[in-house]
Design a protein around this ligand. Structure first.
Ligand code: DQA
Length: 144
């Protein structure tokens, strides 16, 4: 059984009520359950974490990555500027998949830039919660 870290960044604790036209109707708990159930079917376990604080996310990655096999991360707005998160993902040396619920390429121009994606093996954007299942499948294949 392998552990996959499921990490959400700032403001994603508000999913369900936050701009549903961009992010859909599912709450963070819904998404975490969805990923946990799908991971269980593949024989994996999920350790989920959300924070509005960059440093707390980095602390979680540093503490948990030695015990984990892969990462699914929606960094929220940290995507667009956090070199510290990029470094933490690189240092974790685990396959990571970046997920965005909304299509970051069809919104404000600054959302098109991801400084964290180059530390990931894939980026999925604009598929709402289905993006997380795709991320899990990518990781599962990689971990075989
Ligand atoms: C997001 C996209 C980001 O631009 C935004 O800051 C978020 C959510 C998404 O899931 O679509 O907080 O990562």
């Amino acid at each position: 059984m392998k552990t996959i870290l499921l990490i959400h960044g700032p403001n994603l604790n508000l999913l369900g009520s936050r701009e549903p036209e961009h992010y859909g109707a599912k709450t963070l708990r819904d998404i975490e359950s969805l990923v946990k159930d799908a991971a269980e079917k593949l024989g994996h376990t999920v350790s989920a974490f959300q924070s509005n604080h960059e440093g707390a996310i980095i602390d979680f990655i540093q503490k948990e990555s030695p015990k984990a096999a892969g990462i699914i991360i929606n960094p929220g707005a940290l995507t667009h500027y956090s070199y510290a998160l990029y470094d933490a993902l690189r240092d974790a040396a685990l396959p990571a998949v970046e997920v965005h619920l909304s299509d970051i390429n069809s919104r404000e121009p600054w959302r098109k830039v991801s400084v964290t994606a180059p530390a990931c093996i894939a980026q999925i954007s604009g598929k709402k919660e289905a993006g997380y299942i795709e991320a899990l499948e990518i990781l599962n294949k990689k971990l075989q």
